[in-house]
Design a protein around this ligand. Structure first.
Ligand code: GCW
Length: 717
């Protein structure tokens, strides 16, 4: 197998130099299987470039051993026959060090996709139970660089938190007349499809899989959840196109999933109905799924957006979403597949005058009563917030409401509402807040695990998604990748893709540490190994960039205020009188949505305690969510002593200043890549222009509505 290093595409976090430490060593790979072959190919490729060697047998004295536990000799061979190849004493001691850790864990297996990493007697060892673990272990060593080959390293076990770590592509096969080739795509065309057929650049698909594997992602969907006419056929007569993608991503441990339309039995099977309880429909799904697995034996499963924004669903037959999901789950079960069923179901034909209908309530209203009624291989995929990937939202109450359902939490890497990859907006800090949120309160001593008796206090959103022993629905995100040279449009948006994969592997990782990983891999090789000054610049620009974006856009959690349709740039009333259910209700007296039980939509009642009460009162509601939960007068005083109206003015001026500051910092930055520098410079110019536009529109709007002047006398145009 050859390693996909493409000349015409930015290498992102896997430039050849990132493999220098591994590639300069003598490396032994022990084991068989497709992914072990990938490990061997990666190592061989790196060694050919950097002067090391891929040892052909176990007799030498390697610096790095990557071994499947089934292929490695069991212990130091002082007595008795050893199974497998015989190795030198230092390698044997390093392997034994790793095995000691296993023995200390009661001899338990390393775990699916996991590995042990150790270093003893000058030998670094990765010991894995399966080839996927070996591949993840290799990428761990790559991340460590020279550090992996220094001193001693007591064996550490590494396992992915969640079994499924998935990226969804909203890519269309046909160019959609409104949404284009990629719905909410800001990085050019699709890497999979172009103008109605496969793009045909499978090397690029392979290179994508490699990048994803280096972060820990192990599943992708290859088409939009809005399944249009052509895309529906990927399930049947165009399945070969999907199989071709699966072949490319398989060597990097990635399974392919497919978005399908609920109406498939009618659209593709010629049946008069798609009623999930109709026997013909069940049979059609079973038979069709059998064919899918005949073509793609490791197919991951289906993703379904039903009864949402015009997509067909079980409501048409008076059936529940559990009925709908279960018919697909049953078809997939014999093959070990799963259906991801999206909880993004709401009424998009609302009347703004109707204050009782609340889009934020919809997912909980529809799905909470169905808890316990989904099959084991049906995963309910819940957007992290109750609305729609806004810059600031509370955590969706659905996440706390369905203890007997496998839940996946869905994030959005593509920056639909966060600057569309023209603005710097590092999203890991937002995701970290979401994943760390404790829907049942902090629990004893802030203990994350909760107690065995089933007390959920202390459990986090990440705990729910990961599930007991990793058996939860996992983490899913909408990809930000396209056929752009930098993969992600904005070169710095690569960090979001990187951070998502790493957080899905381990939600405990910290955003600033992830940024460092990304900087080291991406930029260090071109900086002679030390990205010091660039590191400081990137942290200054990116660590707080999500909060900066929040400051110059919609205030205090109220959301939207974007231009309708494409969602870029400000339009305060753009959605205010539309049927989409996304209102801020600003008038001359105040602003915000009353979602209280006392006088509003009752949405606060969908949360368990303590949040149900915390959000109910403006006195305890966190400021950043005030206008999400409450309609307050402009003179309402926030916890920091500022009024709402003054907060709006202050944050909008400050947000723009911060962007201007980033631009000044970047002018002096030296990333070691003139083209990348120029691209980011150009985008920062656009970000500043757009931030000023946001500032002026929002400030002018609220100045005019409220009549309250800025206390600091700044000019509001
Ligand atoms: O965020 C909204 C987008 C739609 C998208 C939808 C969804 C794929 O504006 O473009 O459709 O959410 O998540 O299904």
């Amino acid at each position: 197998m050859s390693i996909p290093e493409l000349a015409d595409v930015h290498p992102a976090w896997l430039p050849p130099g990132a493999f220098r430490a591994v590639g300069a060593r003598r490396v032994l790979v022990l084991g068989d299987g497709l992914l072990t072959g990938t490990v061997r190919a990666e190592v061989g490729h790196a060694c050919a470039r950097h002067g090391g060697s891929l040892e052909q047998d176990a007799a030498g004295s390697p610096d790095l051993v990557l071994a499947l536990s089934s292929a490695a000799p069991p212990a130091v061979t002082s007595a008795g026959p050893s199974v497998g190849p015989s190795v030198g004493p230092s390698v044997a001691r390093a392997l034994a060090a790793a095995r000691e850790v296993l023995a200390g864990q009661g001899g338990s297996a390393i775990g699916e996709e996991g590995y042990l990493l150790a270093r003893r007697d000058g030998v670094t060892v990765v010991l894995a139970g399966d080839p996927a673990g070996l591949l993840y272990g290799l990428f761990h060593v790559v991340r460590l660089g020279e550090e992996a080959f220094a001193g001693e390293r007591p064996a550490e076990p590494h396992r992915p938190a969640a079994r499924r770590r998935m990226l969804d592509h909203w890519d269309n096969v046909d160019v959609h007349p409104v949404m284009g080739q990629v719905e909410r795509g800001y990085s050019g065309g699709s890497i999979f499809w172009r103008d109605g057929g496969p793009r045909g650049d499978l090397a690029r698909v392979r290179a994508y899989a490699r990048l994803l594997a280096a972060t820990g992602v192990n599943a992708i969907t290859v088409n939009n959840v809005n399944v249009h006419a052509t895309e529906a056929h990927l399930l049947t007569d165009r399945l070969g196109d999907v199989a071709a993608i699966a072949d490319e991503v398989r060597p990097y441990g990635i399974r392919v999933h497919l978005s399908v339309t609920f109406a498939s039995p009618m659209r593709l099977g010629g049946l008069p109905t798609a009623d999930p309880l109709d026997e013909r429909v069940r049979e059609w799904w079973a038979r069709t799924t059998e064919h899918v697995y005949a073509a793609i034996p490791d197919f991951g499963g289906y993703v379904v957006k039903a009864d949402s924004e015009g997509q067909p669903g079980p409501f048409a037959y008076g059936r529940s979403h559990a009925d709908g999901a279960n018919v697909l789950a049953d078809a997939l079960a014999p093959f070990g597949g799963v259906v991801h069923w999206r909880a993004f179901v709401y009424n998009h034909r609302q009347d703004w005058r109707d204050r009782s209908t609340d889009r934020a309530r919809a997912a909980h209203d529809h799905f909470a009563p169905l808890d316990g009624r989904f099959r084991d291989n049906a995963i309910l995929q819940v957007k992290h917030g109750p609305m729609d990937f806004q810059t600031r939202e509370p955590v969706s109450p659905v996440i706390a409401a369905m203890p007997s359902t496998r839940l996946a939490v869905e994030l959005q890497v593509t920056q639909e509402y966060t600057g569309q990859q023209r603005h710097v907006c590092y999203l890991a800090p937002m995701w970290k807040e979401v994943l760390g949120f404790r829907p049942w309160g902090p629990g004893e001593d802030g203990d994350a695990a909760g107690d065995a008796a089933g007390d959920r206090a202390g459990r986090s959103v990440a705990d729910v998604a990961v599930g007991a022993s990793g058996g939860g629905g996992g983490l899913v995100a909408v990809s930000n990748v396209g056929d752009d040279f930098y993969w992600t449009g904005h070169p710095l948006a690569q960090a979001n893709l990187y951070a998502f994969g790493r957080l899905a592997w381990d939600p405990r990782l910290e955003p600033d540490a992830l940024l460092d990983e990304w900087i080291d891999l991406t930029f260090a090789p071109a900086q002679g190994g030390d990205p010091g000054p660039l590191r400081r610049t990137l942290h200054a620009m990116m660590d707080g960039s999500w909060r900066t974006y929040e400051r110059y856009t919609a205030p205090l959690g109220v959301g939207f205020m974007v231009r309708p349709g494409h969602h870029y740039g400000p339009d305060v009333d753009g959605y205010e009188y539309t049927p989409w259910g996304t209102y801020h209700f600003a008038d001359r007296d105040g602003v915000g949505v009353d979602r209280t039980r006392a006088s509003g939509t009752g949405f606060t009642g969908q949360y368990p305690q303590p949040w149900s009460d915390v959000y109910e009162s403006p006195g305890t509601c966190p400021d950043e969510l005030l206008l999400f939960f409450h309609h307050v007068p402009y003179g309402h005083v926030l916890h920091d002593g500022t009024t709402v109206i003054q907060h709006i003015y202050d944050t909008h001026f400050a947000g723009v200043e911060e962007v201007a500051g980033s631009r000044r910092l970047w002018e002096r930055a030296e990333p070691g890549d003139a083209a990348l520098h120029a691209r980011v410079t150009e985008l920062l110019g656009e970000q500043l222009r757009c931030a000023e536009e946001w500032r002026d529109q929002v400030n002018a709007y609220f100045f005019r509505k409220s009549g309250v002047p800025d206390a600091r006398g700044r000019r509001i145009p």
